[in-house]
Write a protein that binds this ligand. Structure first.
Ligand SMILES: *Cc1c(COP(=O)(O)O)cnc(C)c1O
Length: 341
């Protein structure tokens, strides 16, 4: 089975497993796991931030960042298709007691003037705006990236209004290898960044939240309350360190394969359109068939993908998807073209 449902499906490589086995560990809730500390410092340094916090998931790093940078009754600004709003089980309201202002930007990307216009005035009727959250790359936007100047403009609006600016960087390295921007630049603009190690980077588990010393100190308290304090987590952190050292550049190959996949889909009569491919996500809109029917036929031919909205399907390329499998998938798409014709 070729699994293109998500880039979370990868398994550790033998070299990554070896790094995990060799890890020096300790009790991280007591602050005694040197490998977790090394991962936190490495990630923070990479993004030009002071400190980091290793967590079990990207949902947890996002939710901690929101909780640590808002007060109940305040409001968060994000895109209407943001992961923090759409795919985190209503955690914004449940964990942080905040309301949310949803914006509509093309392919999930917000602009500074939209953010500016959505900030509530200081009036007792309105929840005080306190946090803006961006997502890069944007999952629901088909892996679209922010350019650094767009981030900078939004950050200037946030600074002017004293708002925190969070980045859901589940796939931030996919964005960085595409735009060529330096990760350390991001530390100048965001107050917090969540980085997933278990997506395209191929680690089995884990995300790191980075920010200032004060923020991460507060975040560590919130992690404990959320039940995310782990003990000998260095085995997992070692996989993360290995991924940062060896798998970032490999993302380019995922992006190249996604482009080939998109071209093959474009040539199929049952596809009306494919979102432009910037990174490792391919979203295609179908015609003359339903996503359910298409995906069941695809699965019979040994390929898995997911529905993604009414008429859309999503494919995500990743570390365990190689050129010979790409050829197979392209062959299956062509075969289905004849079958549906
Ligand atoms: C996957 C993902 C997350 C976090 O997911 P977890 O499964 O909780 O690690 C957050 N944001 C985006 C955009 C994602 O794609």
């Amino acid at each position: 089975m070729i699994d293109l449902r998500s880039d979370t499906v990868t398994c550790p490589t033998p070299a990554m497993l070896e790094a995990m086995i060799q890890a020096e560990v300790g009790d991280d809730v007591f602050g005694e796991d040197p490998t977790v500390q090394a991962l936190e410092e490495k990630t923070a340094r990479t993004f030009g931030m002071e400190a980091g916090l290793f967590c079990p998931s990207g949902t947890m790093t996002n939710q901690i960042a929101i909780r640590a940078q808002t007060q109940p009754q305040q409001e968060v600004i994000c895109h209407r298709n943001a992961h923090i709003y759409l795919y985190e089980g209503g955690g914004l309201a449940y964990n942080s007691l905040v309301s949310v202002r949803l914006l509509t930007g093309e392919r999930g990307v917000l602009k500074a003037e939209m953010v500016d216009a959505a900030i509530n005035p200081d009036d007792v009727h309105f929840p005080p705006t306190s946090l803006v959250a961006l997502e890069n790359t944007m999952n629901k936007g088909g892996g679209a990236c922010y350019q650094l100047n767009q981030i900078k403009e939004i950050a200037e609006v946030c600074q002017k209004h004293k708002l925190a600016l969070h980045l859901d960087g589940a796939r931030v390295f996919n964005a960085l290898v595409t735009t060529g921007d330096e990760p350390a630049e991001y530390g100048k603009y965001f107050s917090s960044i969540s980085v997933c190690l278990s997506k395209g980077l191929g680690a089995p588990v884990g995300s790191v939240l980075v920010g200032s010393h004060d923020l991460i100190k507060q975040a560590r308290r919130v992690r404990k309350v959320f039940g995310g304090g782990m003990r000998q987590a260095g085995y997992l952190a070692a996989a993360g360190i290995y991924a940062l050292d060896h798998h970032v550049e490999k993302l380019r190959e995922d992006h190249q394969r996604a482009k080939v996949l998109a071209e093959a889909l474009q040539d199929c009569s049952y596809v009306t359109s494919v979102l432009p491919v910037e990174t490792n996500i391919v979203i295609a809109t179908l015609q003359d068939t339903t996503p359910q029917h298409f995906l069941s036929q695809l699965e019979k031919a040994g390929v898995k993908a997911v529905t993604f909205g009414k008429q859309d399907v999503r494919f995500v390329t990743h570390l365990d998807f190689l050129d010979n499998q790409l050829d197979q998938v392209v062959g299956v798409l062509k075969k289905l073209n004849r079958q549906f014709a």
